[in-house]
Design a protein around this ligand. Sequence first.
Ligand SMILES: CSC[C@@H](O)[C@@H](O)C(=O)COP(=O)(O)O
Ligand SMILES: [Zn+2]
Length: 204
Amino acid sequence: MTCDTLHNLTIVKERLAARGLFPGTSGNLGIRNDDGTLYVTTSGVDKYITNDRSFVHVSKEGKPLTELKPSLETVLHVEIFKRTKARTSIHIHTVSNNVISEIYGNQGKIVFRNQELIKAFGLWHEEDVLTIPIIDNPSDVSHLAELLVPHLTADHGAVLIRNHGINVWGRTSTEAMKLFEAAEFLFDYQLQLNAAQYYIKGEK
Ligand SMILES: CSC[C@@H](O)[C@@H](O)C(=O)COP(=O)(O)O
Ligand SMILES: [Zn+2]
């Protein structure tokens, strides 16, 4: 039911907004309806407020079905929903995800192991490894989508866009939020660990 999806997307948006995660109007969200159409956030608006202009109904190809302007990054949500069984897609800019994407960008990925929160990604064993790919950030969003597509191999996942933000997707809004929160925890952890190790090294 489309009103359920809109309700779920509103809850996701308000939870992210409550934490100040839409700086400078950045960030966007998408959710897939049973008929394949999507709701995405409106482009360039203040995402801390919710009103009847907050979301745009778009076709499964991302074409607006109303007069509102859909997110400039709608094509990323479209590709995610076309290639996976995900139903919710979250794109957020944080300082931590940007710094991590820059530090590890030349390696094309960041890898986590022996960290409890990788379990949020379904990785339950001691030897399991979480790899989050890092892609470049071309200004042409169709080119950006081409870089994202090879990483859309599972129904839930996360990809960092260098010096831009993160895209996460999940089969439900709850799953997408869980992955987003877990990824951001891991990025903060890695940055603090790097700083502590640098400090300790300097002391010797
Ligand atoms: C305001 S800078 C961020 C934008 O360029 C873009 O990356 C973004 O996340 C939001 O774009 P939007 O079109 O509002 O969905
Ligand atoms: Zn963005």
